[in-house]
Design a protein around this ligand. Structure first.
Ligand code: SAH
Length: 263
């Protein structure tokens, strides 16, 4: 039976919150990778016995205690669940044309904070930065999820050409294309056509926008609806933030408070 001091005050609960792949059950020994171990030991200056919050996207959030640090990583022992794993949220898919690194970093981090459930890099004719470093993006996703206290991670697709993405789309999730030109209904208006909690997907173009051929191809796609984000031309990362924030506030979880969070 894991020891637990009922008097332990909440502020003592781990300052650190880490994503781990291992199962989280009482008394489980959980592996910390070398980076996590270094962060806890040398950045947060924590020691064995100190608490950390762990989540794995399946078993909720757990208070764990650092067990030991070692060269090739460390271990922690799961003590008690502090937040239950919520049901998977409705799909909130963001398909985006990869953009230059600094801006892509912002897009990825904000998409995680705003609750995107799946990230789909799509290669368009004017995509200028098609080569993505998957492990770097996966680390950014984990860090953003740890910071914003999500209990799940969005899926990350491999990059694919936009036509192939549309070809494979198949599912019945509506696709809203953020179109900075042409006929496009304002997103705030179009969102109201959907019931709250609807699954949805957004497509954001590259820095250079969609080519005329792509826009013709896209707007001919029956699955796709064009949405507008106002009269200004937004940077791709701004458009990504705008569609996710607007959608969450109108039809998603933007209006709800996570259970158990006060103030
Ligand atoms: N075509 C512009 C820039 C495109 S901005 C140019 O060449 O300067 C990158 C993407 O952000 C666009 O493809 C579109 O998906 C989205 N976007 C930017 N401003 C938008 C707006 N006002 N309404 C809808 N989408 C917009």
């Amino acid at each position: 039976m894991a020891k637990h001091d009922p008097e332990e005050n909440e502020t003592e609960v781990g300052k650190a919150r880490l994503f781990v792949p291992d199962a989280l059950v009482e008394d489980a020994e959980v592996a910390l990778d070398p980076g996590q171990s270094h962060y806890l030991r040398h950045v947060l200056r924590l020691a064995p016995g100190d608490p950390v919050q762990l989540f794995n996207g399946r078993d909720g959030e757990w208070l764990a205690r650092i067990d030991r640090f070692a060269k090739q990583g460390g271990t922690a022992i799961a003590e008690r669940m502090t937040r239950t794993q919520p049901p998977a949220p409705p799909a909130l898919v963001l398909a985006f044309a990869p953009i230059r690194k600094q801006r892509l970093d912002v897009l990825i981090e904000k998409a995680v904070e705003l609750g995107a459930t799946r990230l789909c890099p799509v290669l368009t004719e004017r995509t200028s930065h098609g080569r993505l470093k998957r492990d770097r993006i996966e680390a950014q996703i984990r860090e953003a999820a740890e910071q914003c206290e999500r209990l799940d991670l969005p899926e990350l697709d491999d990059p694919q050409p936009l036509p192939a993405f549309l070809q494979d789309w198949g599912t019945d999730i509506p696709l809203l294309l953020a179109a900075e030109a042409g006929e496009a209904k304002p997103l705030a208006e179009l969102a109201l056509e959907f019931p709250a909690g609807s699954p949805i997907a957004f497509v954001i173009g590259p820095e250079g926008g969609f080519s005329a051929r792509e826009l013709a191809f896209l707007t001919a796609n029956p699955l796709l609806r064009a949405v507008g984000l106002g009269p200004r031309i937004l940077r791709a990362e701004t458009a990504a933030i705008a569609v996710l924030a607007l959608w969450q506030g109108l039809r998603g979880d933007g209006a709800s408070r996570p259970p158990g969070r006060v103030g």
